[in-house]
Design a binder for this molecule. Structure first.
Ligand SMILES: [Zn+2]
Length: 251
């Protein structure tokens, strides 16, 4: 049977939830990812991990949130790129809150919010915190992404040709490009990859966002050396960790 809630009948969904299945809410973004990747990278990756994890642990994947919190210049390129469509923090908090509340009212007791857009984190935490204050022990909720559970030795194995630039700069670079090559190769334009060098992190934020804060390609670190094999390595190692998280937290 499908793991996608949207493709289940209400009775199928109801039974899964009553049997104690985990519900996963993926959250992505609609954000520029350079000349070689589509706007929906964070969404494809969030869904990709959610569906793979669901297949392993018998979870249900709720419909994905396709937009995220405001893109920042030095982690996502920022708001000045056409196609980057951002939500305010307030909207994201309300959106996540409303969805979680409905799921809990339907009987969901075990929930994972899988957010794969860096900037979402504080607002997702706020929404989950508010839901938790309201519903207490009715539901256990985890907030996860793919980069925090990734073992350090995997970072070393992925970054053998270019140095690891830090997670904020890993935007449209080796990890995201490799994950896309493994999950949705038809959306990757390898011939358009740019070898960005020498962008240095600014240790503070500037508003209004200066137009020259990031390279005009929107890419902050090189994607060179990306491959489907590296993507698969990340997928396999992260899924092991996410599965461990499920068996530890949802007994
Ligand atoms: Zn991204």
């Amino acid at each position: 049977m499908t793991v996608r809630m949207s493709e289940m009948t209400w009775m199928e969904f109801d039974k899964k939830i009553k049997d104690g299945a985990i519900t996963i809410l993926p959250i992505g973004a609609c954000e520029q990812h350079g000349p070689h990747l589509p706007l929906n990278v964070d969404t494809v990756i969030a869904e990709g991990f959610a569906e793979r994890l669901a297949g392993r642990v018998g979870a249900v994947v709720a419909p994905t949130i396709n937009y995220g919190y405001r893109s920042k210049p030095l982690s996502g390129g920022g708001p000045l790129f056409p196609g980057t469509v951002d939500l305010s923090g307030e909207t994201l908090i309300h959106l996540v809150f409303d969805i979680l509340e409905e799921l809990i009212k339907d009987g969901a007791k075990n929930i994972i919010v899988l957010s794969c857009h860096f900037e979402n984190e504080a607002f997702v935490c706020e929404a989950v915190d508010l839901v938790s204050q309201k519903y207490g022990n009715k539901a256990k909720m985890l907030i996860a992404n793919w980069w925090d559970p990734m073992p350090v030795e995997i970072i070393d194995q992925v970054f053998t040709e270019v140095p690891f630039p830090g997670w904020a700069f890993e935007h449209a670079a080796v990890t995201e490009t490799s994950l896309m090559m493994a999950m949705a190769p038809e959306l990757v334009h390898e011939d358009r990859m740019v070898d960005t060098q020498g962008v240095t992190p600014c240790p503070y934020n500037i508003y209004p966002v200066p137009a020259d804060a990031v390279p005009e390609t929107g890419v902050l670190a090189p994607a060179r050396s990306s491959s489907a094999a590296r993507g698969q390595l990340i997928i396999d190692s992260v899924l092991i960790e996410l599965e461990k998280m499920c068996s530890k937290e949802f007994k």
